[in-house]
Design a protein around this ligand. Structure first.
Ligand code: AMP
Length: 398
């Protein structure tokens, strides 16, 4: 069956068309993205095994963008399908599923209404996800749609780990609790890690480290998330490209008073001006930071803080799990940066985490990077959220 995976951001649509003949038998037949939706001069990229294509035109909204995607997929010259009806199902990335969804769901009116209700908790993410779902319903009425939630994998976190020490009434009134994000990525790499180790996910305790533009770590006990570093929003936890991660909450009150920041200005500081770019003052991209670090104190400081805070989380999650079988590094930094992986693992030898410098040079492919003496396996696993979405879509609709 042909499955279209759709990931709608505020001004982008990423898409991937997969042929699935079983959960493990799959092939990407085309993929690409539309950027600058709602801004003049939108651009569509399209790639297949044999060709790549890019065009510009004005695209007013997500529906027009998806119509363009389908036009290209079914184009007589460059397309891979002859008709839209060959798309058997559509899988959507949906950022927030609230407390209700702990697994992916076939979308019906009730599910869609719950996703709409969760938009308040993810105002930047859920609205474009909803637009994408509605557009696909209109364009491919024959194809069932599945929502795969970033929050769902974390539905197994126990109450004592998701309740904040704030007045309990705010949990009841506003749903303020830890939800966690990047769940599709954490689940994917945890399953791959089990496969690499020749075990079932239920036989392993892992710490999965998703380190890209956004960063989150998850403690996975017997295949289930039991704690994760992102919280009520994707702002909490580790140091990210432009997001602050953990800070003393009083700092916000202090700064709002001293700088006279409005809510919106404070939000910009925390989301866009902090993290790696805030510390270094030069870039949010760790490639630039690594290059500058030998001669630039603040770039080096950013690297030191990234590693220091990562160690703190690994230590905390080790304590929670009791027994640790493996650590997984994934996403842009985790898959590529030998330096950051080394910095994080250095000093963790007493708790059984020893990496091998030669193996640690690996980039973007599945590999063990631990030394033979390491009690804990350390792995690099490229994440593949699109594949996980396609697998869930296949599982729920075929
Ligand atoms: P992602 O959000 O997973 O696409 O990750 C993007 C981030 O990964 C970039 O902003 C960089 O900080 C980081 N990154 C990508 N490639 C490298 C690399 N070769 N070395 C260090 N960091 C990298």
């Amino acid at each position: 069956m042909n499955i279209l995976v759709v990931n709608c951001g505020s001004s982008t649509v990423k898409y991937e068309l997969l042929r699935m003949d079983g959960e493990t038998d799959n092939k990407v037949i085309a993929k690409g993205l539309v950027e600058r939706i709602g801004i003049s001069g939108a651009r569509l990229e399209y790639k297949t095994d044999s060709q790549s294509y890019a065009r510009e035109r004005d695209v007013s909204d997500h529906r027009v963008a998806l119509k363009w995607v389908i036009e290209v997929l079914t184009d007589p010259e460059i397309g891979v399908l002859t008709h839209t009806s060959e798309i058997d199902a559509v899988g959507h990335r949906v950022v927030h599923g609230g407390e209700r969804f702990t697994d992916s769901m076939v979308i019906n009116e009730d599910v869609l209404n719950t996703i709409r209700a969760c938009a308040e908790l993810a105002p930047l993410n859920n609205p474009p996800n909803i637009l994408g779902i509605e557009a696909c319903q209109a364009l491919m009425p024959q194809a069932p749609e599945v929502a795969v939630f970033d929050t769902a994998f974390h539905g197994t976190i126990p109450e004592y780990a998701y309740i904040y020490a704030l007045p309990y009434e705010y949990y009841e009134k506003y749903g303020i609790r830890r939800y966690g994000f990047h769940g599709t990525s954490h689940r994917y790499v945890a399953e791959r890690a089990a496969r690499m180790m020749g075990k079932k996910p239920s036989e392993l305790n892992l710490i999965t480290c998703h380190m890209g533009g956004g960063v989150s770590f998850t403690a996975v006990r017997n295949g289930k998330s039991v704690d994760t570093s992102m919280g009520f929003t994707p702002l909490e936890g580790l140091v990210m490209g432009t997001r602050c991660g953990d800070v003393d909450p009083y700092i916000l009150l202090y700064l709002m008073d001293k700088e006279g920041f409005s809510l919106k200005e404070m939000d910009q500081v925390l989301q866009k001006k902090s993290g790696v770019i805030g510390i270094s003052g030069m870039s949010s991209d760790t490639r630039d930071i690594e290059e500058a670090a030998p001669t630039n104190h603040r770039a080096q400081l950013a690297l030191d803080i990234i590693a220091y805070r990562a160690k703190k989380y690994i230590g905390a999650y080790y304590a929670i799990l009791g027994e640790l079988d493996g650590i997984v590094f994934t996403a842009g930094i985790g898959e590529n940066s030998s330096l950051i992986r080394r910095n994080i693992c250095q000093g963790l030898e007493p708790i059984g985490i020893i990496i091998d410098p030669e193996r640690n040079t690996v980039r973007r492919k599945e590999a063990f990077i631990n030394s033979d003496h390491s009690k804990v396996k350390v792995m690099v696993i490229p994440t593949n959220e699109e594949l996980m979405i396609a697998i869930d879509t296949y599982r729920l609709t075929h």
